[in-house]
Design a protein around this ligand. Sequence first.
Ligand SMILES: NC(=O)c1ccc[n+]([C@@H]2O[C@H](COP(=O)([O-])OP(=O)(O)OC[C@H]3O[C@@H](n4cnc5c(N)ncnc54)[C@H](O)[C@@H]3O)[C@@H](O)[C@H]2O)c1
Ligand SMILES: [Zn+2]
Ligand SMILES: [Zn+2]
Length: 439
Amino acid sequence: MQTAANVVQGRMGPHPTDVTVEYKGRGDGSTMKALAWFGAEDVRVIDAPIPDITDPDDVIVAVTGTTICGSDLHLYHGEILALQKGDILGHEFMGKVDRVGPNVTKFKVGDRVVASFQIACGKCEYCQKKLSTFCDRTNRSSLQNAMYGHRDAGIFGYSHFTGGFPGGQAEYVRVPFGEVNLLHIPDSVPEEYALYISDVLTTSYHSIVDTGVKKGDVVGIWGLGPIGQCAARWALVKGAKRVIGIDRIPERLAFAQHKSGIETIDFSEHTDVVKRLQEMVPGGLDVAIEAGASFREPKSLLHKAQKTLMMETDNPEALNEMLMTVKKRGTCGLIADYAGFANGFNIGALMEKGIRFIGCGQAPTQLYWEEILNDYIIPSKFDPTFMITHRVPLEDMAKLYAAFDKRQDGVVKVFVETKISPPPAPGCPILSRVDDWSK
Ligand SMILES: NC(=O)c1ccc[n+]([C@@H]2O[C@H](COP(=O)([O-])OP(=O)(O)OC[C@H]3O[C@@H](n4cnc5c(N)ncnc54)[C@H](O)[C@@H]3O)[C@@H](O)[C@H]2O)c1
Ligand SMILES: [Zn+2]
Ligand SMILES: [Zn+2]
């Protein structure tokens, strides 16, 4: 699949962009540790050249915190198109400014910054509205253009389908258009409170804002990974009356019940999720949010078979559960990643019930990051550290992929430290080694 996608992309040629994708190394040949993809379930920590300023708007960041995301598991399983051997992964990172290009005046060496997971130009029609993931000028993937009619912004470390930019599971990262794609972090905000602005916090917030969750709503959330756990909390912040989370992993269900005080459904026990939800909320949900990873994990034999036979890339099971349990004129939102085509989507329910069905898109971090930092994190109105279960060193990154994939040791969200990370903030997990996690 990867080879075919790369051949097709090669034949179509790159879309013109305003940015250089591959970075220049430093003249002295210095290297850094980075996590690279080599094949399905084959990722390795390698020595890669340390990036230097390549375009005049670049900022080089020395990483003080990075992590792994549920989205990385789609890459790990080779389910996102156009991965190439040696691609450096990772799209959530923060650090200290190490070098600035000649056009950069907003940042100086030593400033603490967090990156948005997307690379935006700051000038196009979408960027002007801060819809940074929809930037028109940073993703050269003609394959994505051919499949969707348009292209997303470039994304750090997320395959050549999103531009082929080296990512942030590394000791250094080159950030193109650094003034646009970095947010200054005050010294008073520790790493564990700032890192997740990159993606998880802004993405989960976007799912709630985009679907219009409001006071008194009953909200269903499919998937209780970091995105679902945070979405549940944001829904409560926005005044939701009830939040019901659906998953099958015991630690995650318990985590949501006890740490966030929401109701849950274990779909391994209640295999008919529609029936269970209809019992719990007879009138139907106001808002249903897909925050699982279900496109990769079909539940029924029918969809397992269709996926194996490559008759569909994605499956509609969670979407159909949402369409069946949301009330008439209710809203369904998709924040979980979907990539291609799903058979048997209940379009009749969508139409007849007058449902607002929203593709939330890759979340535009830059639309929300100042609000989340200044209105929620700094005044302690939202504590993102509730979801951090582990801290590991970057050298364990390859092992972390396998352990995170198996959801070992009750893992929800991980803080990955580098040699220059400050010590853990008070109350946050101390360093552990993946080899010592329970199996
Ligand atoms: N739109 C964006 O900008 C954006 C950004 C980040 C992540 N994502 C996507 O959001 C999703 C969640 O991310 P995460 O980091 O929380 O992932 P995760 O893999 O840690 O968690 C996903 C959870 O969904 C559960 N799940 C799987 N199938 C399910 C089903 N049929 N019903 C209910 N639950 C189900 C799993 O058991 C798991 O606990 C992923 O698909 C990820 O790719 C999207
Ligand atoms: Zn992510
Ligand atoms: Zn743009």
